[in-house]
Design a protein around this ligand. Structure first.
Ligand code: GLA
Length: 729
């Protein structure tokens, strides 16, 4: 049993293979958070909760003369606004009488076999009946409004999920803030690690000591965003890659979000996460309910490596779905950086021909094949084929690509419209903009109001029309701007605050319909690169284009940051031209290969312009990638150095689950005259086994405790790819 309720103590125990989570129904039905961390038995840890009379931190009325029971200092499982807890909270509700307080207390609970799911939202899925669910029923006594707290326990993967549902029972209420999770820590002074960025430089690592007051990150952009990622780590001061307590929290949601930590007046830490309140209100009429999206929690006492390893496995097995979950992803050539908008059917076929000769398996036709779209000023929304440009139908092109023995993929940006498009001319009111205000333009495009049913149906019919006619194995689903000026002509004034979330719900509905109807199509998510790289999107898209920045050296940081919360196989990663189009940097072919191979691999350059020698390099890389495929996609991934701290070289490693094989990758990032040695300590091997690396034989412990000595580089940005083979055990 992974979930247990002890009647005598009123304690809920949630246990995974290596972790435990404990809650207690305390006096007056207040649900306290006792513990989350390394696994321990079933003892009641509530003796650690300090009760003290604290001035200006009042007490619930029922506490009578007991001045030590204060919601302002107790560790709570789901804190509510307006009832005496002044810390950051999970829920705020405005009632019909204008009051703004809610007080959820425990009523009952249910323990169920199997995992709950949330209609219309991505959730971790438990196959083969694995997993258990706890539903705690809470109620606000004054109004009868109910709250269900959902907990899913995935024992083997060490994952606990949380979500919530609010059920209205009286009058109309407005939910002003509805977060999915709160985690209270009694006395730890923690650091928060988050992954900030910008377009073309996503998920940079930043570690911040938490301080009195609030530290928040998030997005109000309508997407999870390039600027912040909805995956964070809370850790103790001493935590490193290999040591220390850390908690990973991943939000399975692709829209605006908030992640906020607060150190309170007595030094306790609270962390909350959920839909961004700044762009959210939700009106619930009587008997209506609302799900608050899922968060996935992972704890590790073995530092960030342990955390990432578990999370990678859980995402690969329990978030990613469908035919492509474990199926080999094709090595692709994408024409974007090869041609941008300047192509025709002949050019695409010429690239396809070279691709086939080099062992590449799929041609992806990027932006520019539809409507009037020869630059980024026009055409979005007109999802009909530009046959003049393609010199024939898209079906013909697809057939010819298939006849060459390649798969064929296509780019779409369904959520957008250009002002210069037939769709916009017909339906100017289908965009998100506020009447009487000029909309904000970005990349010359406006955002379609995806919350409107007619918009949903029209775009769906256009996209499905193409998919029904043209044989395709892959779609790149793009989204190239942030949303602002939130307003929908289809919603009444009191529901305008719902637009941002309704948009995401219909996006998920579209992706669900698409993946169900075309299960053989591999979906790659994209939002100007990695602007919507989150666990919610991975439920529909097994891979996501990681960044519009294809510079191998900048990618070291981007892919390093991404690897904390997401498996390497989900990272779309391509070799592009040198000098690089985004930075102008020159890097060797092999280095571009080394970096791009640590992901879902492909190319993004004009193959027709390459010399015979360069083509031979590509052929070799594709062959090599195939031989490494299982290690990269199914193996364990270790960060060996940090590109922020280790200035000489950045290294990482893959190890097969049975530890018989591995891969060591390193890129030189700093040259020195008369250089000091660069030694890299490997990870994850069997200590006493003998391994062969670069023709030399060593025990696993020699490689892990001693390390390997990198050769002195002869060229800037040189890279190394060593295979590691167990010789004897
Ligand atoms: C975005 C994507 C790119 C490319 C362009 C096309 O920027 O991230 O890969 O598809 O759009 O306009």
């Amino acid at each position: 049993m992974a979930i247990l309720f002890q009647k005598e103590t009123n304690i809920f125990h949630l246990q995974t293979k290596n972790t435990a989570y404990q809650m207690k129904v305390a006096e007056y039905g207040v649900l306290l958070h006792n513990y989350y961390g390394q696994k321990l038995g079933e003892g009641d840890l509530s003796y650690l909760i300090m009760r003290a009379d604290r001035g200006f931190s009042g007490n619930p009325y029922e506490a009578g003369a007991d001045r030590t029971f204060s919601l302002d200092s107790l560790p709570l499982e789901y804190p509510c606004f307006g009832i005496g807890d002044y810390r950051t909270d999970c829920i705020q509700v405005i009632h019909e009488d204008g009051s703004n307080a809610i007080d959820f207390r425990y009523k009952s609970h249910e323990i169920q076999n199997g995992k709950y799911s949330l209609e219309g939202l991505p959730t971790m899925h438990w196959e083969n009946g694995e997993g258990e669910t706890l539903v705690i029923n809470m109620e606000d006594a004054a109004t009868g409004i109910k709250l269900k707290l959902y907990y899913g326990v995935l024992y083997e993967k060490d994952v606990i999920t949380r979500a919530a549902e609010i059920i209205n029972s009286k009058g109309n209420i407005i939910i002003n803030r509805g977060l999915s999770l709160c985690l209270d820590f009694a006395n730890e002074r923690m650091d928060m690690i988050h992954f900030y960025g910008k377009h073309a430089m996503e998920r940079e690592f930043e570690r911040t000591p938490l301080h009195h007051g609030k530290h928040s990150i998030g997005s109000t952009r309508g997407t999870s965003s390039h600027q912040h990622n909805p995956f964070v780590i809370l850790c103790t001061k001493d935590a490193t890659e290999d040591y220390g307590d850390c908690y990973g929290i991943s939000f399975l949601y692709s829209g605006s979000f908030l992640a906020e930590a607060e150190v309170d007046q007595i030094g306790q830490t609270r962390f909350v996460m959920g839909i961004q309140p700044d762009t959210f209100t939700w009106r619930l009429e009587e008997e209506e309910s609302l799900f608050l999206p899922e968060t996935a929690l992972i704890y590790s006492h073995e530092g960030f490596s342990g955390l990432s390893l578990r999370l990678h496995d859980a995402i690969r097995e329990n978030i990613i779905r469908g035919e492509w979950k474990h199926k080999r992803r094709p090595v692709l050539i994408n024409n974007w950086e090869a041609t941008y908008f300047d192509f025709d059917g002949d050019k695409l076929l010429a690239i396809a021909k070279d691709a086939k000769d080099l062992g590449i398996e799929m041609l992806v036709l990027d932006d520019g094949w539809f409507g009037k779209r020869d630059n980024d000023i026009s055409g979005l929304g007109d999802w009909y084929v530009n046959e003049k440009k393609l010199k024939g139908s898209l079906k013909d092109l697809s057939q010819r690509v298939h006849e060459m023995g390649l798969k064929f993929g296509l780019w779409f940006e369904p959520e957008m419209v250009s002002e210069d498009s037939d769709l916009y001319r017909m339906h100017p009111d289908w965009t998100i903009k506020i009447p009487g205000r000029n909309p904000n333009r970005s990349r010359f495009q406006l955002v379609l109001d995806f919350s409107r049913e007619e918009v949903y149906q029209t775009i769906r019919d256009m996209v499905f029309g193409i998919l029904d006619e043209v044989p395709l194995e892959y779609i790149k689903w793009d989204m190239n701007r942030s949303i602002t000026n939130l307003y929908s002509t289809a919603l009444p004034a009191e529901r305008q605050g719902e637009l941002s979330h309704r948009y995401i719900l219909n996006l998920y509905r579209f992706l669900e319909e698409l993946t169900a109807r075309y299960p053989h199509i591999l979906l790659e998510g994209c939002s100007g690169g990695g602007g919507r790289f989150d666990a919610g999107m991975l439920y529909y898209c097994p891979q996501i284009w990681c960044s519009d920045n294809t510079d191998a050296i900048e990618r070291l940081k981007i892919q390093y940051g991404t690897s904390f919360g997401y498996p390497i196989g989900s990272v779309g990663s391509h070799v592009s031209a040198s000098p690089n189009h985004q930075t102008g940097r020159k890097t060797p072919w092999e280095t571009r290969g080394t970096v791009a191979m640590s992901g879902s691999f492909g190319y993004e350059l004009d193959l027709n312009k390459l010399t015979t020698e360069e083509k031979a390099v590509i052929k070799g890389q594709v062959r090599e990638y195939h031989s490494y495929y299982n290690l990269i996609h199914e193996g364990d991934y270790y960060r060996l150095t940090s590109p922020y701290e280790d200035t000489r070289a950045t290294a990482w490693q893959f190890v097969s689950k049975d530890k018989r094989e591995g891969l060591f990758f390193a890129v030189v990032t700093g040259l020195q005259a008369n250089p000091a040695p660069v030694i890299m300590k490997l990870k994850g091997l069997t200590a006493k086994a003998i391994y062969e690396v670069e023709g030399l034989r060593h025990t696993g412990e020699m490689l892990m405790l001693g390390g390997i000595l990198l050769p002195v580089p002869t060229e800037e940005y040189q890279s190394y790819r060593y295979s590691i083979k167990m010789i004897s055990n």
